[in-house]
Design a protein around this ligand. Structure first.
Ligand SMILES: [Zn+2]
Length: 230
């Protein structure tokens, strides 16, 4: 299915979960920019590649990789995928207007405007903070659990999938979530207007709903508007 779904939303809106469900349902490749960077900078095959060496320095210093570098690697990835006739679901990119301006013309050429689905998961700032502060991540397999969703009195010291222990991400500390919320509002939200001006349909979904309800609405948007799904 040659479509491109781009999942947007503030931290804690459920982007990762919905991206996984969408990938599974429509047979798409899930592209997570953060994880892709991680795999690139840790792959010994890439030693000596100037772009990746530069990114690795920022990565190791704990600073965000610049939009310029991110645009470069994401665009290369999308072009490769376009050549093999595959559909994608993206979470984490394009995250800034700069990236969107560089990436959208390429994506429109590959997928066609009708088959690009920017999905915005709206949640209140309080929800973002609550969900993020209760999130624990498995050290080994990356499985994420919201402690607020566990039944009362149930503790989960080990990951039910692989048995490893959980940790909290530094990214999920309340003071850092505030920064990420501000970043989202100032740097990501302007993309939506840009997309509409290009004639790309943007779908807003209530991210406060339970994950299965949110996913139903995403599926509906895709099956209603795509011209490659019969
Ligand atoms: Zn695990």
């Amino acid at each position: 299915m040659k479509i491109a779904v781009i999942i947007y939303g503030p931290p804690g809106s459920g982007k990762g979960t919905q991206a996984n469900l969408t990938a599974h349902e429509f047979g798409l490749i899930h592209f997570d920019t953060g994880r892709y960077w991680e795999s690139l900078v840790h792959d010994p095959k890439n030693a000596g590649d100037p772009t990746i060496e530069e990114a690795k320095k920022m990565f190791d210093a704990g600073i965000l990789i610049t939009p310029e570098l991110t645009l470069k690697i994401v665009r290369e990835w999308v072009e490769r995928i376009g050549n093999i006739n595959q559909g994608v679901v993206m979470s984490g990119s394009p995250r800034t207007l700069y990236e969107a301006e560089g990436l959208m013309p390429v994506m429109e050429k590959i997928f066609g405007k009708e088959n690009i689905f920017p999905i915005i998961l709206n949640v209140k700032p309080e929800t973002s903070i609550l969900r993020n502060s209760s999130r624990i991540i498995c050290d080994l397999c990356g499985n994420a659990i919201l402690k607020t969703l566990l039944p009362k009195g149930i503790d989960m010291p080990f990951c039910p999938i692989c048995g490893s222990s959980f940790r909290k991400r530094t990214l999920d500390k309340p003071e850092i979530i505030e920064v990420r919320l501000k970043e989202y509002k100032e740097r990501t939200v302007p993309i939506f207007e840009y997309l509409r001006n290009r004639g790309v349909r943007v779908h807003k979904i209530d991210g406060e709903l339970p994950p299965n309800e949110v996913f139903k609405q995403i599926s509906k948007a895709i099956t209603t508007f795509s011209d490659v799904i019969s």
